[in-house]
Design a protein around this ligand. Structure first.
Ligand SMILES: Cc1cc2nc3c(=O)[nH]c(=O)nc-3n(C[C@H](O)[C@H](O)[C@H](O)COP(=O)(O)O)c2cc1C
Length: 236
């Protein structure tokens, strides 16, 4: 009798562990040490609204690369929606706004904030599972980032800049060489989500691929294994 109770208890514990393994943060990354270990705190983001905005067709037809921004701040709500569009979690099992080969989620989103209401200037790492921002650094690095991006002035002038980076090994660990191609596809999906969300919010954005990888890594304090893939200045 007692044995049967103990067995039932163990079985319940195993079921819970498996469930948590499916929904808990970082489960897709194979339990690796996350780069968030560099953080000094977290900032909660407003829950992103998923109604309103314009039709997808209007959004697609209005999207254009924007390289000139007003000297006006973004709201934290806008930033929250843009981050969510990039990599937000949309399913109990951790699936996200952008597709990912094998649901391995190699992408990371890093925010360089310079003029965002309610958010101190600094560098932040988006945590999709928590929908919050981990503080990585507390200074405005947009000037250094624009120099790393071959002096493209709009990187410095944008109130906020998203950088999408990747841990390739999360995907190549399963798919080998082909995983590199998958990660490159994924960053395109995520970047386009951000561009379309920007249009929907009546903001401007451009994807920037011309930058010095090592310099961007240094400016953003990225992990040694992490590669920056796209820089997206955002503004009004
Ligand atoms: C992979 C990639 C890299 C890009 N890199 C830059 C860049 O470094 N600087 C820039 O001003 N625009 C960059 N662009 C934006 C293109 O110049 C722009 O998409 C193109 O001129 C078409 O204009 P549209 O986006 O308004 O349709 C890049 C676009 C892509 C897809």
């Amino acid at each position: 009798m007692i044995f049967r109770e103990v067995f039932r208890g163990c079985r319940a514990a195993v079921v819970m562990v498996v469930f948590l393994g499916l929904v808990m943060p970082g489960s897709a990354a194979g339990g690796e040490k996350m780069p968030e270990s560099k953080s000094t705190g977290a900032v909660r983001l407003p829950v992103p609204a998923i109604d309103g905005g314009m039709s997808l067709e209007k959004t697609l037809s209005a999207r254009r690369s924007v390289r000139s921004f007003k000297n006006e701040s973004l709201t934290l709500d806008e930033v929250s929606r843009l981050l969510w569009a990039a990599q937000g979690v949309t399913h109990l099992r951790g699936f996200r706004t952008a597709p990912s080969a094998g649901a391995l989620y190699p992408l990371e989103v890093v925010l360089a904030a310079g003029n965002v209401d309610g958010l101190a200037s600094g560098v932040y790492r988006y945590r999709p599972d928590h929908h919050d921002l981990l503080v990585i650094g507390r200074s405005d690095i947009r000037d250094e980032l624009h120099r790393a991006a071959l002096h493209q002035a709009f990187v410095r002038d944008a109130p906020a800049v998203l950088v999408i980076s990747a841990f390739f090994h999360r995907t190549t660990g399963k798919y080998g060489e082909r995983g590199i191609r998958y990660v490159h596809m994924e960053v395109g999906h995520a970047a386009q989500n951000v561009l379309l969300e920007a249009v929907s919010l009546n903001l401007g954005a451009v994807v920037v691929g011309a930058f010095d990888d090592a310099r961007v890594k240094r400016v953003l304090s990225l992990d040694a294994r992490e590669e920056p893939l796209v820089v997206i200045p955002l503004g009004r």
